[in-house]
Design a binder for this molecule. Structure first.
Ligand SMILES: Cc1cc2nc3c(=O)[nH]c(=O)nc-3n(C[C@H](O)[C@H](O)[C@H](O)COP(=O)(O)OP(=O)(O)OC[C@H]3O[C@@H](n4cnc5c(N)ncnc54)[C@H](O)[C@@H]3O)c2cc1C
Length: 446
């Protein structure tokens, strides 16, 4: 049986390694950190979360990413198991303690008898490797990027992604801020006060927006100027420039919140979500930015409850690279131009931790099926896994391909027209029934 080589030990590569080894295959996982770091990673750990610590909604009946969580759990996902073990209070979202999560993933892989982890940068694609998964992510090292570009006739694309600042909790003024989840929604841990809310009145908000618009930002290089932002992760100053109220209808919306001091809804609010198990670090939700570091400190301290804030990390912006997958990849994620090469994770044009791990899960299973000489059966397109896979490999238009989060719009319509929440529920129930059948069918085929 051919060894499966996986390049990149991030969200996708670790999940792929786990799935392939669980199917009985020998896996070598090549991770370049700490020999070479990326612009965003700060630890040596496998499956490091580079920015937010959230896997987003965990509600499988009403939210497509929650459904993806559930499908991955049923498919034996290591990423979901580690996430569930290290979850933190976050309303209806699944947020995780990033250090505990990464350590759990690493422990499971290094102690697996079929997995060898090698700390080395892969700078080119060794021709004698017959079964390879490239899961090097949006920050693929420069030399490997060049090799990939040569192999894909330069048909790769790019966009910008940004990260949000993290504040030390004991520097937040809790005589001005308060704990509450929007609409007091209960989270998986049962808590309904999982966020710290920093209120602003109208004058404070308007002054803040003006500061954001005039703040000094990091300049792009000449070659980066034509690269667009990912719409789901816009820098806060870009949102401010789009309109006076854009932020108040976006990350600073006050709906579902009541300031206990006034008994009223504030004009605008900055929310912070717990970022580590100790509860000492809190992430400014939606505050990704490319403002210069000095400007971030100055402007964010004008938020009344953050007047003395200490920042454990400031925001930043990075270029992401991804393939034109609809043109380049087949339905089992193999490169048309070299079928021994499979791709997984964000580099395939999915967006987000969970989506990246989900494509890793599929790539790991497909590579194992190849190694074992059995037939590849992709998941049905009615499942979240299948819908996402179908979108990147054939559903999206190659000419306008952009990274995509999972959403119910990617699913085939129901047989009878249904609207609103019922539609999502029916799609979610159909997905899990079809997934269970697929998992059973696979077990029988293997
Ligand atoms: C700055 C930034 C912020 C982001 N913030 C969020 C967020 O808040 N929420 C969210 O859901 N998603 C976010 N994303 C998007 C995406 O979900 C993550 O990037 C996710 O980690 C992608 O998973 P991956 O496995 O594809 O890549 P990664 O997790 O980045 O893993 C790739 C791994 O490959 C290694 N590697 C790279 N090149 C080589 C090489 N040549 N040889 C060996 N190893 C190599 C890297 O060191 C890394 O460990 C962000 C992305 C970026 C860049």
């Amino acid at each position: 049986m051919k060894t499966i080589h996986i390049i990149g030990g991030g969200l996708a590569g670790t999940e792929a390694a786990w799935q392939a080894a669980s199917a009985g295959c020998d896996v070598v996982l090549h991770e370049m950190r700490p020999v070479r770091m990326t612009e965003a990673h700060v630890t040596n750990g496998l499956a490091e979360l580079v920015c937010s610590n959230s896997f987003r909604s965990d509600d499988w009946e009403n939210n497509a990413v929650g459904l993806l969580h559930e499908e991955m759990r049923r498919s034996g996902s290591l990423i979901m198991r580690a996430g569930d073990t290290h979850k933190l209070p976050a309303g209806g979202a699944l947020a995780v303690d990033r250090e505990g999560f990464s350590a759990a993933v690493e422990r499971a892989l290094v102690s697996h008898p079929h997995i060898e982890v090698r700390r080395e940068e892969i700078t080119d694609l060794p021709p004698d490797w017959q079964n390879v998964i490239v899961a090097t992510g949006p920050l693929t090292s420069a030399t490997l990027s060049q090799s990939l570009r040569a192999l894909t006739s330069e048909d790769s694309l790019a966009f910008f992604d940004a990260i949000a600042p993290i504040v030390e909790r004991d520097s937040i003024d809790l005589s001005l801020a308060w704990f509450q989840s929007r609409y007091d929604k209960k989270g998986p841990g049962g808590g309904d006060a999982d966020y710290i809310n920093c209120p602003m009145n109208e004058d404070e908000y308007r002054a803040f927006v003006a500061q954001l618009k005039s703040g000094e930002v990091t300049q792009f290089h000449e070659w980066e100027k034509s690269t667009p932002y990912f719409e789901g992760c816009l820098p806060i100053e870009v949102m401010a420039a789009r309109g006076e109220d854009t932020l108040r209808f976006g990350p600073m919306k006050p709906v579902g919140l009541r300031d206990p001091k006034t008994g009223r809804r504030p004009y605008a609010v900055v929310q912070l979500r717990q970022d580590n198990a100790l509860g000492t670090l809190w992430n400014m939700v939606g505050f990704q930015t490319k403002l210069k570091h000095g400007e971030q400190t100055r402007i964010f301290r004008t938020i009344p409850a953050l007047g003395d804030a200490r920042f454990a990390r400031l925001g930043g912006i990075h270029r992401n690279t991804f393939l034109n997958s609809p043109r380049l990849l087949d339905s089992s994620l193999r490169l048309h131009a070299r079928r021994s090469l499979r791709f997984a994770g964000q580099i395939t044009g999915v967006e987000g931790y969970v989506e990246s791990a989900a494509i890793g899960l599929l790539a790991g299973r497909f590579a194992a099926t190849d190694a074992l000489g059995t037939e590849i059966i992709p998941p049905p397109e009615t499942t979240a896994l299948g819908a996402l896979l179908a979108h990147i490999t054939k559903g999206a238009m190659a000419a306008t391909f952009q990274p995509m989060n999972v959403n119910f719009g990617l699913f085939p319509p129901l047989e009878t027209e249904t609207r609103g929440r019922d539609r999502k529920k029916l799609m979610a129930h159909r997905a899990l029934a079809d997934l269970d059948q697929w998992l059973g069918r696979r077990a029988a085929a293997e």
